[in-house]
Design a protein around this ligand. Structure first.
Ligand SMILES: *Cc1c(COP(=O)(O)O)cnc(C)c1O
Length: 370
């Protein structure tokens, strides 16, 4: 019997090898391989243009800009955040000695529910760290209104929100800073990588010092910085990938459309539709399984898919608040987070990447529909 190839949840967008090789030759002859080289500078500029933001600072991954943003803004005490994300969001608080305060999500979006934030604010609260989960924009106006009222900073973990726009404007304009991940599994990747987006030149300067040990000049260290410098190879790779990311997002959009058409009328299966005025990046395609109506639990479907070599992922399950480091926090109590628990119990992210064929998509759909 013919065995079908595995369908993975994601697949890295790789630049054309010969073009990458040409750029590597340039790097080899320049002998400048890291420390703010020319490809690094070109990529920061190209990304700022693509993302429609004034300033971008590259980082070696998507976790260090979170940690560094908290350092730069001198955030202490308590920070309000979501349990429905990748662990790095909360870990960045822990690495700064900050107490995470989990607030429940809005079931309509999966994002931090602004109407629940005020009740979690204490005299120790200094900031809010929301996540644009699956690249779906948070209610940034409502969050900013609360932040302004209480004098709080807002740092967005925008790891999923590469290229996402609302009414033609980048979602990365929101808050004090936003961070991106360019990990291999994301819509746009530099193998490992990430970035911070800020709104003024002074902050960009400060962040550039911080990611280079705090060096402001050869002999001056202005802050206890970290090392998060990006090398020339990954910068060159990133420049090439930026040229094909729009085509990759278009391919993802076609897959999302096919999934929606096929699954719209399946009892017990729900998913998100596009939001009006939003340019989505189709970074993930989560479906939510209602076991009673569907006739199978989420895990039964998940393992049925795995048996057939179709690898979905239960993003985000378990919730961050359920991991041992955090589950003792008062705000981690399940009764405080009912919507997040419901979503974590029912979600499967279907395979979603630029290289899925029509046959692949059909195979995924059949497993859910039949
Ligand atoms: C991927 C991701 C990160 C971490 O990014 P890395 O580049 O893997 O360090 C942080 N937050 C969220 C929500 C992510 O999905």
């Amino acid at each position: 019997m013919e065995t079908k190839p595995q369908i993975t949840v994601t697949s890295p967008l790789l630049p054309p090898l010969d073009e990458f090789h040409d750029l590597l030759k340039e790097i080899w002859s320049s002998k400048w391989i890291t420390n703010n080289g020319s490809f690094h500078q070109r990529l920061e500029k190209a990304l700022a243009e693509y993302l429609k933001v004034p300033y971008v600072s590259l980082f070696t991954n998507g976790t260090l800009p979170l940690i560094t943003a908290l350092q730069a803004l001198r955030i202490t005490g308590e920070v309000i955040t979501t349990p429905y994300s990748f662990v790095a969001t909360t870990h960045s608080l822990w690495w700064n000695g900050i107490k995470p305060v989990f607030v429940d999500i809005d079931p309509a979006t999966g994002n931090l529910d602004p109407s629940r934030i005020e009740a979690a604010i204490t005299p120790k609260t200094t900031a809010i760290m929301p996540v644009h989960v699956y690249g779906k924009p948070c209610d940034v106006d409502a969050i900013q209104a609360i932040a302004d009222k209480y004098g709080l900073k807002v740092i967005y973990d925008a790891a999923h929100a590469f290229g996402v726009e609302v009414n033609g404007r980048s979602i990365l304009e929101a808050g004090d800073m936003s961070t991106l991940s360019f990990h291999a599994t994301k819509v746009y990747n530099t193998i490992e990588g990430g970035a911070m987006v800020m709104h003024d030149a002074k902050t960009k300067q400060r962040i550039d010092y911080l990611k280079n040990f705090g060096f402001a000049s050869e002999t001056e260290v202005v802050a206890p910085g970290i090392n998060s410098k990006v090398d020339e190879m990954r910068s060159a790779y990133g420049l090439l990938n930026l040229r094909q990311v729009d085509a990759a997002i278009d391919a993802r959009h076609r897959t999302a459309t096919a999934y929606r058409q096929a699954l719209r009328d399946i009892p017990g299966i729900t998913f998100f539709d596009d939001m009006p005025g939003v340019r989505h990046n189709y970074s993930y395609f989560p479906i939510f399984v209602d076991a009673e109506k569907y006739g199978m639990t989420r895990d039964e479907l998940y393992f049925k898919m795995r048996q057939a070599d179709v690898l979905g992922r239960r993003y985000f399950y378990p919730l961050i608040s359920e991991f041992s480091t955090y589950r003792g926090l008062p705000s981690a109590a399940p009764e405080n987070l009912p919507n997040a628990h419901r979503m974590a119990q029912s979600v499967i992210c279907l395979p979603m990447h630029h290289a899925l064929s029509d046959r692949d998509v059909e195979r995924v759909i059949r497993l859910i529909v039949d």
